[in-house]
Write a protein that binds this ligand. Structure first.
Ligand SMILES: NC(=O)c1ccc[n+]([C@@H]2O[C@H](COP(=O)([O-])OP(=O)(O)OC[C@H]3O[C@@H](n4cnc5c(N)ncnc54)[C@H](OP(=O)(O)O)[C@@H]3O)[C@@H](O)[C@H]2O)c1
Length: 541
């Protein structure tokens, strides 16, 4: 298979020219944690090999896993060519040898590895004809969400008519697909979701048992509503204590379908006692390597052709607003899928200094004299930067070859200045506004630790009062702020909090609990970062 590295150096240099509609690009991130550094870089179109096809992409589905990667909560593989995009819809533009079931011009839905591209080349096994009655954007809601839910519920969970299923975060992509499949089967659905709007939406679909996905009270509610019998199947993507609580609501011969990866990779511990009820636990990872993946994919598409399933509700963002799409999913307010449309291809801004990211020595030899002086640091400047970083006691250091003033102006983000070399505290000039209306009541900090955290949040979020049960993201927090808030919390409490803390524990009460637990167990004021997880995680489907 031809890769980026196989292209001639002159090809590469040509790609640094301004973007044009025919130029292929891929989406990557230069600084995970800063969504603003999501960047399109040029890449040659790849002639399809045996059994492959080339697709011109029209719409791409966004997945939560990719957002976690972009936020730096799952480490981006150590690869300067890392590419986002797991699923897309488009038109076949070239066929490799041996591909007979598809033709040039066919509209198709596909799995791929770089679907935030104008053109992708992928195995024909991962491509299916788009059902004619679906629009391009509608079809883009199907692949990952439906294949995951179908494989989990039908193939592994063997969900049957009349059985009860608990679907966590049911208003999201996989969750909504699972709701449809469960309704098609004729199962009774118990659903959770993170806010009132989502819960109302789920009720509007005829689901009567709707609960909160951010509170453990769901377990008691399920047991109460089923008169102690529990459910037959659980589809879970929530972590931590939600796993044990969700296992506990399974009745005899229940099936637990785990699609979250974090606790598995983290080697979280789980008591075996619930399995006395003859439970089954399925650790699910849907990926093309899965035996019979192609058949599974075709089976799902057949259900759309037969109109058993319909596309998911979705919100479309133009490709020029890719960062906003990632931010929108970070805030977890979406219902169904987020789809990115490539209809106006001219709007893609291609990073022009991309050559600095390609480490071929021959290439550097040619490009150094011009490009490094134009866009990069001179060796003496690099040494100077390193010296200053090593001397600095700052929690975060930002080194940029770009014009930071413009960046800051663009995002109106004075907070970037908070880690300036003066070491001054946050220079947050954003307006202080009242606490937004939230579904939970305002409960003030109850101890010194909660007070410390609340002060940091108030400063960074520009919110007058932060209650201990207020969700960071509902208060207007986003990934950019999250990384900075975590840095400040680490300093204030002298503990190495993991970067994922605000996602795992988005309220002050939860974070304080976490901190107290660590303090108790370590008896020191320092918690180890779980680097084991970081090293082992990688993006798959
Ligand atoms: N194993 C597999 O093969 C596989 C395949 C696809 C997806 N997945 C997993 O399935 C889950 C759903 O994926 P998706 O792409 O369809 O995403 P999604 O459900 O559309 O969005 C993620 C949802 O997670 C919920 N959530 C819970 N805690 C959160 C937090 N602290 N911050 C932000 N959101 C939080 C939110 O829903 P509520 O607020 O309503 O709870 C949010 O809408 C993800 O965990 C994903 O990694 C696994």
């Amino acid at each position: 298979m031809k890769t980026f590295n196989d292209t001639s150096e002159s090809d590469r240099l040509n790609q640094t020219a301004a973007s044009s509609e025919s130029q292929n690009v891929y989406l990557t991130i230069s600084s995970p944690g800063l969504l603003d550094t999501l960047t399109f870089r040029p890449i040659p179109r790849q002639k399809p090999g045996v059994g492959e096809v080339e697709i011109e992409v029209s719409a791409t589905g966004l997945n939560f896993k990719e957002v976690l990667l972009a936020l730096g909560l799952v480490p981006v593989p150590n690869d300067f060519n890392f590419k986002f995009g797991l699923e897309c819809v488009g038109k076949i533009t070239a066929l490799g040898e041996g591909v007979e079931s598809l033709a040039i011009g066919d509209e198709v839905i596909a799995f791929g590895t770089s679907c935030f591209s104008r053109f992708i080349t992928t195995s024909a096994q991962l491509v299916a004809s788009k059902p004619a009655h679906l629009s391009l954007e509608e079809a883009a809601t199907i692949p990952v969400a439906f294949v995951t839910a179908y494989y989990a519920l039908i193939k592994l969970g063997k969900l049957r008519q009349g059985e009860r299923i608990l679907i966590h975060s049911a208003a999201g992509g996989v969750g909504m697909a699972a709701v449809q499949i469960a309704q098609w089967i004729g199962a009774e659905i118990f659903a959770t979701a993170g806010n009132d709007e989502k819960r109302e939406f789920l009720r509007s679909l005829g689901i009567q048992q709707v609960m909160d996905s951010r509170s453990l009270t769901f377990a008691d509610e399920v047991m109460k509503r089923t008169e102690g019998k529990g459910v037959d199947v659980v589809l879970n993507s929530l972590g931590g204590e939600f796993i044990a609580k969700s296992l506990a609501v399974l009745g005899r011969y229940g099936r637990f379908l785990e699609i979250g990866q974090r606790d598995i990779l983290n080697n979280s511990q789980l008591g075996l006692q619930p399995f006395e009820k003859r439970l089954s636990f399925f650790a699910i990872q849907v990926e093309p390597e899965l035996p019979n993946f192609s058949e599974l994919w075709r089976e799902v598409v057949k259900h759309f052709n037969n109109k058993n399933f319909t596309p998911l509700p979705h919100q479309v963002f133009p490709i020029s607003e890719i960062v906003r799409a990632f931010e929108y999913m970070t805030a977890a307010k979406h219902i169904g899928k987020i789809v990115i449309s490539w209809q106006d291809k001219r709007e893609v801004e291609v990073e022009k200094n991309n050559v600095l990211t390609s480490p071929s020595p021959q290439f550097f030899a040619k490009a150094l004299p011009i490009k490094f002086i134009e866009n990069g640091l001179l060796p003496s400047e690099g040494i100077n930067v390193f010296r200053r970083i090593l001397e600095s006691k700052l929690p975060q250091v930002l080194v940029s070859t770009r014009d930071l003033t413009t960046l800051i102006a663009r995002h109106n983000s004075d907070s970037i200045l908070s880690f300036s070399e003066t070491g001054e505290k946050a220079n947050l000039s954003q307006a202080i506004h009242p606490r937004p209306e939230l579904s939970n009541a305002y409960i003030p900090p109850l101890n010194e630790l909660e007070e410390t955290i609340a002060n940091i949040w108030q400063k960074f979020l520009g919110v007058k009062q932060v209650g201990i049960y207020d969700n960071f993201f509902e208060l207007g927090g986003h990934s950019l702020l999250a990384t900075q808030v975590i840095a400040q919390m680490r300093l204030a409490i002298k503990m190495d909090l993991p970067l994922s803390i605000l996602f795992d524990a988005p309220t002050i009460a939860e974070i304080s609990q976490y901190i107290e637990k660590i303090r108790l167990t370590t008896k020191k004021f320092q918690a180890p970062i779980n680097t084991e997880l970081d090293d082992r995680m990688e993006i798959e489907l």
